[in-house]
Design a protein around this ligand. Structure first.
Ligand code: DON
Length: 587
């Protein structure tokens, strides 16, 4: 069989990478800011997001989210004297109004906080399986998963967003809930102008959403809200006002909750009043790790994000210097590390209340060294075969906030699928999540994201479904806040978030380039190396195929929003892949 000419180059690359695998040493040459100088990256010819674009800059503070008016809500709060937590909660509620595809009160999320005084915290407001749920509730008579975990009234877990945001605010914020909710209430009550991103999103989801009550609010005669319309949401404004006036109990026991439960009963859902009363946001200890002398604060279970990122970076740290960005060797090393970390993720991680998660072992440097030694630089290691496929979608939302005192908040929140279960509660004005699909609804079989998960993450009443959400905060080698980052994109949240971190730390890119750089993804199963279309040179592709990678090309990999410290202030970048309308707000 003819062998491609570049074969020897591929091996040479990979062997060079091998020679570099030694114990980590923190890099020296810090600039005056504690941030090593940035380097211009070389992206493949034809890559659609050119390097060298400017980021948004703020001398005092920066907010990066998927929607500018939501970021502006946080801006207003910081200008009024609030801190990053006040602002984050303002952004969260505003996203529920202006970014209904993922912003929510009917879903859940995770928030990592790092205060300028050094305190760090993580809050888990993930949805919980209702009491009436059961392990096999989404299986048909043949034992195959149905789509009831994705669409309709039975797909929802008990929402955590309101409890989580209120709890974060009460512990780390400085303002009353009613104050930080003001911008969101205004946006819902007085309306906001429908932009092309909302109009397009609704058009794309028309078939999904018009089967339930959203058809009367987001569509007129079957057509999505038109560009330029002022969109008012009186029912949502009223819900938000009740929460502002009465606190989370309006949602978890009061009028809003009663309306939610009544709608569930009408539609065949299983969330009860008792489920709402039982719901609590949980404070967790952040996963704290180091990478080449930088410190990371990430999200522990019920999210897999922090452990999977930490495990991956710990493996990569065994290379003194990683292979060059864009090389086959780099893609191979990265994909192999992700593959190993996802194998652990998919089998060992779950709600810690139900499953003993070996966090210390999985995040230890010694464990990562042992795993890294199993990476063969001349050959890809197979994951046992399985028919899973991955699905596109970026319907979660991450926002990063740094205030004028250096407090930082990373929050990721979701309804899971875009517009969640498609169930819109018209009396209270919000969409319900379909987070139940994040459980292993059929252990060993792929879910909506092609993730193959096992018994640890099976459904049980009161359990939180495993997430990939990865809100993360990075400090530089001097312990100063450097980067606040996280993403939407199902399992690709983990790979995209960690690649932005690698682009900043290893490849010394500035934030704009770090966000624009082509991304890859591997999640163990399907056993495929995914790469963004146009993001890998032909010769790197050929080399990867030679060593056994099944390569597949995908559209946008994930949706990241990040803030990074630079000389004299903060840079913010909202995901350049999502139309680039700019979701930053700063001063
Ligand atoms: O928690 C999780 O991991 C998922 N529910 C996130 C879903 C997501 O990012 C949707 N976009 N593809």
């Amino acid at each position: 069989m003819p062998r491609p000419l570049h074969l020897h180059h591929a091996f040479a690359f990979l062997l060079v990478a091998s020679a570099c695998q030694r114990a980590p040493t923190p890099s020296s040459s810090l600039g005056a800011t504690g941030i090593p100088p940035r380097r211009a990256p070389a992206f493949p010819a034809g890559w659609r997001l050119p390097a060298g674009e400017a980021a948004a800059f703020g001398e005092h503070f920066m907010i990066a989210s998927n929607e500018r008016r939501a970021s502006d809500a946080g801006n207003e709060i910081i200008r009024a004297g609030g801190n990053a937590v006040d602002a984050a909660v303002a952004v969260g509620f505003a996203l529920a109004v202006t970014y209904p595809v993922a912003g929510n009160v009917g879903g859940g999320g995770f928030m990592v906080i790092r205060m300028a005084d050094g305190r760090a915290a993580a809050i888990d407001y993930r949805e919980m399986a209702p009491l009436a749920s059961s392990r096999d509730m989404y299986l048909d008579a043949q034992g195959n998963p149905t789509n009831e975990s994705i669409v309709g009234y039975r797909a929802s877990g008990v929402p955590g967003a309101v409890a989580g945001m209120a709890e974060a605010l009460s512990k780390y914020g400085t303002m009353p809930l009613a104050r930080v909710m003001e911008p969101a209430i205004r946006l819902a009550r007085d309306g906001f102008t429908v932009d092309s991103s909302l109009s397009r999103s609704l058009t794309a989801s028309r078939d999904y959403l018009t089967r339930f009550d959203a058809k009367d609010v987001f569509y007129t005669e079957g057509q999505a809200l038109a560009l330029g319309t002022t969109f008012k949401q009186p029912a949502l404004a009223r819900t938000l006002q009740l929460i502002a006036d009465q606190g989370p109990k309006a949602f978890y026991g009061g009028e809003v909750g009663d309306s939610l439960v009544a709608a569930m009963q009408r539609g065949g859902g299983i969330i009860t009043r008792q489920d709402l009363l039982n719901y609590k946001a949980e404070w967790r200890t952040p996963i704290r790790s180091t990478y080449r002398g930088y410190s990371l604060f990430t999200m522990p279970p019920a999210s897999s994000g922090g452990i999977t990122i930490t495990e991956t970076l710990n493996m990569l740290e065994t290379w003194d210097t990683l292979p060059a960005f864009g090389s086959a060797a780099y893609a191979h090393v990265l994909a192999s590390a992700y593959q190993r970390a996802f194998i652990d993720r998919n089998s060992k991680l779950a709600d810690p209340k139900f499953v003993a998660v070996p966090i210390d072992q999985l995040t230890s440097k010694a464990y990562a060294r042992a795993l890294a030694r199993t990476i063969d630089l001349t050959k890809k290691t197979p994951t046992p075969p399985n028919g899973s496929q991955i699905a596109d979608g970026m319907h979660t939302t991450h926002y990063s906030v740094v205030d004028d005192k250096g407090n930082a908040v990373a929050t990721t929140t979701t309804l899971n699928n875009g517009y969640g279960s498609a169930v819109y509660l018209k009396n209270v004005g919000f969409f319900m999540n379909d987070e139940m699909d994040d459980f292993a609804t059929a252990p060993g079989k792929p879910n909506m994201f092609g993730l193959v998960q096992f018994e640890a993450n099976a459904i049980a009443p009161g359990k939180r479904m495993l997430s990939a959400m990865s809100p993360s905060i990075v400090l530089d080698q001097k312990g100063e806040l450097l980067l606040v980052v996280g993403a939407a994109g199902g399992p690709r949240i983990i790979t995209a978030t960690s690649q932005v971190i690698l682009n900043v730390i290893d490849h010394r890119m500035n934030l704009s380039d770090a966000m624009r750089a082509p991304r890859l993804h591997h999640q163990a199963l399907p056993d495929t190396l995914f790469y963004e279309t146009g993001g890998l040179t032909q010769s790197a592709q050929d080399s990867l195929r030679v060593i056994g990678h099944g390569l597949r090309f995908i559209g946008a990999s994930a949706n990241v929003n990040a803030v990074m410290r630079v000389r004299g202030g903060w840079e913010g970048v909202s995901e350049p892949r999502s139309g680039g309308t700019g979701g930053t707000s700063a001063r």
